[in-house]
Design a protein around this ligand. Structure first.
Ligand SMILES: [Cu+2]
Length: 343
């Protein structure tokens, strides 16, 4: 990856009016670069699809640059055939936690260059990201974007001032509205497995019952994983019908690199999750429920997406009852959904 900040790279923002004037053609107002999905929840994955409907006036677009705002983490751009992909990394305004690691820096700008997108054609430029839990519903964040052509450029970098609508701007930056409602954002790249605050019973679950020694395992289920999600949560009930303590210690699955047992809990007002290295105790006569917002099976490094309606064979492992094969039924993306948590 090229470090653009050391080359002839010029920051996107704070540009002079002269270049801006050059950029705007009479068709500009109808040729905004926008995000295909303009709403998303905090604390969730977001797949950004930048829609480019027009060149700089009649010129073909040769370069597209987009700047990543604060609160957008772990950005991974999608390469495009015929275009060279480069990123500039930088420090995050606020570090974030991912799988027990503190991430202090990441991609702050993406550049697709060396292509030629005719002004008569339309194309999309894609990246995936994670939206901070600090983003507030109602808030808008902006992804300033610049199209560069053989002659001139179009700078979609304007951010509305208070009370101003983006429609008042000549060259508005692509906008993402942060929303609270699950249903609005559900079609997007939702965190695949984790629901946080909402302890409600999921809409649908599997109905299978499995026996392993003194244990009864009921209704393993998971959710469809949209987009490129690499993790998924698994939920089930385990009843110990025996006289001694057993322990759910782990498992394996052909579709996942690792299978862990996690716990989600509230710490200082923030939903956090942690692996349980010693597994999960199941006392005699007790039923332990693994559910969104609490204990869960964590499928990591997924090798394939989970598709609704699929049944995913997984081997669960218990200290005393040993190994048992179960099937996790895959429900919809939003099944049992609540607040998403950061992974
Ligand atoms: Cu987890």
């Amino acid at each position: 990856m090229t470090d653009l900040s050391r080359g002839c790279f010029r920051p996107l923002l704070g540009l002079s009016g002269a270049a801006l004037a050059l950029a705007v053609s009479h068709t500009a107002a109808f040729a905004h670069v926008t995000l295909a999905t303009s709403q998303a929840q905090p604390n969730s994955y977001y797949k950004a699809v930048l829609q480019v409907p027009h060149g700089c006036g009649s010129e073909a677009t040769q370069t597209l640059r987009v700047q990543i705002p604060d609160g957008v983490y772990g950005v991974k751009p999608m390469p495009k055939a015929g275009w060279t992909l480069a990123t500039t990394r930088g420090e995050y305004a606020k570090p974030y936690q991912s799988h027990g690691e503190t991430m202090k820096e990441g991609v702050k700008e993406i550049v697709w260059s060396g292509g030629s997108l005719s002004s008569d054609n339309y194309d999309e430029f894609v990246f995936v990201s994670f939206l901070s839990g600090d983003l507030k519903p109602g808030q808008a964040i902006y992804f300033p974007t610049v199209q560069q052509c053989a002659k001139g450029e179009a700078r979609w970098v304007d951010v509305p001032a208070d009370q101003q609508s983006p429609h008042d701007l000549k060259t508005p930056a692509p906008q993402l509205r942060i929303v609270a409602d699950t249903t609005t954002a559900q079609a997007q790249m939702d965190h695949s497995g984790h629901a946080g605050m909402d302890m409600s019973t999921p809409a649908t679950t599997g109905n299978d019952i499995y026996k392993a020694g003194d244990l009864t395992i009921t209704a393993p289920w998971t959710r469809a994983t949209p987009g490129g999600a690499k993790i998924g949560g698994g939920y089930l009930k385990i009843t110990n019908n025996g006289k001694s303590v057993d322990r759910f210690v782990g498992g394996s699955a052909p579709f996942a690199g690792r299978v862990e047992i996690h716990e989600m809990s509230m710490t200082d007002g923030v939903m956090k999750m942690r692996p349980l290295p010693n597994g999960l105790e199941i006392k005699p006569g007790e039923t332990v429920e693994l559910k969104p917002g609490g204990f869960h099976v964590m499928f990591m490094d997924l090798k394939q997406p989970f598709k609704q309606g699929d049944s995913l064979k997984t081997t669960l492992e218990f200290e005393k009852a040993g190994k048992v094969d179960v099937n996790f039924s895959v429900n919809g993306v939003g099944a049992g959904a609540g607040q998403q948590h950061q992974h």
